[in-house]
Write a protein that binds this ligand. Structure first.
Ligand code: LRH
Ligand code: MN
Length: 389
């Protein structure tokens, strides 16, 4: 292990990346949702698959649920099942984007009946959080319009603020409301929570336990996402990440696959802003869809990508960088950051994993485990899980 890596290795111990239950189900586009042999049929099987990622990487100790996709009769039993497999139940994601009643919106809808239905759904999610022991209620809204003039954006913003305040009153002292923004889709003219500024304005009006979720696939092309990371941390409102990557729109591809350098730059700002410090309450979650690739290996690859870029970000010689920045020594400063980015940490990470009783190559270890063949053989019949859209 190189000496530089040995200096940062202790900081890698605390890395925890939450997995989305829905990444283990089938997903796709409006053109097609393809099935995969061995796909889970229920939340218990999704969690079993998520536990495989943690078993092989040590990086994914919790699983986020999406309601109603992960609705069960007994959440305490689901929690016990998860804990028996070495993982915890994490963020509860609400869903007000599939019911007929939400055609023209949910929490921001002009129709009070649609708003009340959505508020009641969030109350149900909060009740579930008490059973699962979850900290975060994550709210992403499809709410918006498709044509100019279709609705009054100001009235919708005020309606949204009122709805969020009603929900915020109900969350527990050890719980948080995390509002996720997205610049478009499924709405194509305006989205009621389109950007970090709107999300910040809405959560700042609520209180200390209301935070912003930054999904890396939810920005207009060319957006400097790490600047937003810096600003939200500076404002004390960066609650969590939904990690994925994209070439064009909200592609939900494997994080770091489309733009590893962007993931590195994001982790540089996270580390610089204290978001990766011991005791930081910034949540790191994947939010991805493995439409054609194998899902469990896809999740393993994803958490390894985040780990690799975190290690590179931790390698930056901060003292030298600060000195070069203060001296306006442009090329030296940029060079110091690029040096860290170009440092291949993979051999050191492999040795470090082995030193902790983990497989040096988790992808190979999972492939050799026989788990895939077992679930393909066992999971016959029933309905493969999906978005139910
Ligand atoms: C919306 C989103 C949101 C989830 C959904 C699965 O695009 O990013 O975080 O609810 O994906
Ligand atoms: Mn998301």
């Amino acid at each position: 292990m190189t000496s530089r890596f040995a200096q940062i290795a202790p900081h890698l111990e605390r890395q925890a990346i939450e997995l989305p239950s829905w990444a283990f189900g089938n997903s796709g586009t409006r053109f097609r949702v393809f099935g995969t042999p061995g796909t889970p049929r229920d939340p218990f099987e999704k969690i079993a698959d998520a536990a495989q990622v943690h078993a092989h990487t040590g990086l994914a100790p919790s699983v986020a649920l999406h309601i109603p996709w992960d609705k069960v009769d007994d959440y305490a039993a689901l929690r016990t099942h998860a804990e028996s497999l070495g993982v915890a139940l994490g963020t509860i994601n609400s869903n007000t984007f599939q019911d007929e009643e939400y055609k023209f919106g949910s929490l921001a809808a002009s129709d009070p009946a649609a708003r009340q239905r959505a508020i009641d759904h969030h109350f149900e999610c909060i009740d579930i959080m008490h059973e699962t022991g979850s900290r975060d209620l994550k709210i992403w809204l499809a709410d918006g319009t498709n044509y100019p003039g279709q609705d009054d954006m100001r009235r919708r913003q005020d309606a949204l603020a009122e709805s969020l305040a009603t929900i915020y009153e109900r969350i527990g002292d050890d719980q948080r409301l995390v509002l996720e923004y997205k610049f478009f889709e499924p709405a194509f003219y305006h989205t009621d929570v389109p950007d970090w500024g709107t999300a910040y304005a809405q959560v700042a009006a609520l209180g200390d336990r209301a935070m912003v979720c930054l999904d890396t696939g939810h920005h207009a092309p060319g957006t400097n996402i790490e600047f937003i990371v810096m600003q939200l941390q500076r404002l004390g409102k960066l609650g969590s990440f939904d990690f994925n990557s994209r070439f064009y729109a909200d592609d939900d591809l494997i994080v770091g696959a489309a733009d590893p350098f962007q993931l590195f730059r994001i982790m540089v700002e996270v580390v610089r802003g204290g978001g990766y410090d011991e005791g930081s309450d910034v949540g790191f979650m994947l939010d991805q869809c493995h439409n054609i690739e194998e899902k469990i290996p896809g999740q393993i690859r994803s958490v390894l990508n985040v780990q690799e870029m975190t290690a590179r970000a931790l390698l930056i010689d901060r003292e030298a960088l600060n000195a070069a920045q203060r001296a306006n020594d442009v090329l030296t400063a940029n060079g110091i950051l690029m040096d860290a980015f170009y440092t291949d940490v993979r051999p050191d990470l492999a040795a470090w994993r082995e030193s902790r009783g983990l497989p040096a190559d988790p992808m190979a270890a999972y492939a050799a485990s026989g788990y895939r063949d077992r679930i393909v053989a066992e999971r016959v019949g029933g309905t493969q899980a999906g978005w139910g859209a």
